[in-house]
Design a binder for this molecule. Structure first.
Ligand code: PLP
Length: 277
């Protein structure tokens, strides 16, 4: 049960009409984990499990209007941001979220798991200039972490340094979670890492979760699902560390369940609808 059962999570992300990623993945995850979720759309995409055909950003003013309309009505305690798409939307979100006092969890989507771009060229500098200063938790994968920090991350030590760079630069960021799937240091194990900022900015705690790598099957929507599960577990516990370990465990169970079930032709969507939180 959520600490406040009336609290609402708002996903601000792209739409994946094939249901594996984006707002569709977020709402399924919130629902299976007992959280009421809303969704404001930043971009439409045309895609299926074979790949992304194209994406179309929504006018930034209309993204603002969606978010504002929800925030002026519903008791939103947590916002989860996924695909932003372009610099205009990043700037608009930064403005509309300036007065939001809850948690803002950001999964910095730049490209699809299959490699197709999901952002326009100028997005990264707009994230740095505008949106990142609003964020309280960021959940990059290794590739996104490298792109955001311009710091190569071939091993765990370099990953940790890049995570510290993000925390140094943005005082609002309380927690950085790096999903280690792309780190090839160990073939059989994935290492996810949480770094938490304590009251004194330089005093940080590191937590590691290692779990088995699933081989021979490529999943779609894992980044979105991870960040929305973390959002839901943080709503339940109010604690970053507990939410992190619960999310890693949830993802392991979900992936184990999803390998049994082939929904897509190519990239497998997760079978979130079959899992009990
Ligand atoms: N958001 C949208 C709308 C997408 O279409 C995708 C990938 O296709 C993503 C986010 C990122 O997906 P993943 O969770 O696989 O990184």
């Amino acid at each position: 049960m959520t600490r406040n059962p009336y609290a609402v999570a708002l996903s601000i992300a792209g739409s994946d009409p094939s249901g594996g990623a984006g707002i569709q993945a977020d709402i399924k995850t919130f629902t299976v984990l007992g959280v009421y979720g809303g969704a404001a759309i930043t971009c439409l995409t045309s895609q299926n499990t074979r790949g992304i055909r194209s994406f179309q950003p929504i006018a930034a003013s209309y993204v603002t209007e969606q978010v504002k309309t929800v925030l002026t009505d519903l008791p939103v305690s947590h916002i989860k941001i996924g695909m932003v798409g372009n610099a205009e939307i990043a700037r608009a979100l930064s403005l509309i979220l300036a007065d939001f006092n809850g948690e803002i969890i950001f999964d910095p989507v730049l490209a699809a798991t299959g490699g197709e771009p999901l952002s326009e060229n100028n997005l990264i500098s707009a994230l740095h200039d505008d949106l990142l200063k609003r964020i309280t938790v960021i959940t990059p994968n290794i590739i996104e972490l490298e792109k955001l920090t311009s710091h190569p991350c071939p091993d765990k030590n370099q990953v940790r340094q890049a995570m510290d760079l993000l925390m140094d630069r943005y005082p609002n960021i309380r927690a950085v979670i790096t999903k280690g799937g792309h780190l090839k240091e160990n073939e059989d194990t994935i290492i996810d890492m949480l770094v938490l900022k304590n009251n004194h900015a330089q005093d940080r705690n590191e937590f590691i979760a290692s779990h088995p790598r699933t081989k021979g099957i490529e999943f779609h929507g894992t980044g979105c699902t991870f960040a929305s599960a973390f959002t839901a577990f943080h709503m339940h516990t109010g604690d970053y560390q507990q939410a992190f370990f619960k999310t890693v465990d949830f993802m392991d169970r979900l992936i184990a369940q999803s390998t049994e079930m082939k929904i897509g032709q190519t990239m497998q969507p997760l079978a979130t609808h079959l899992l009990k939180g």
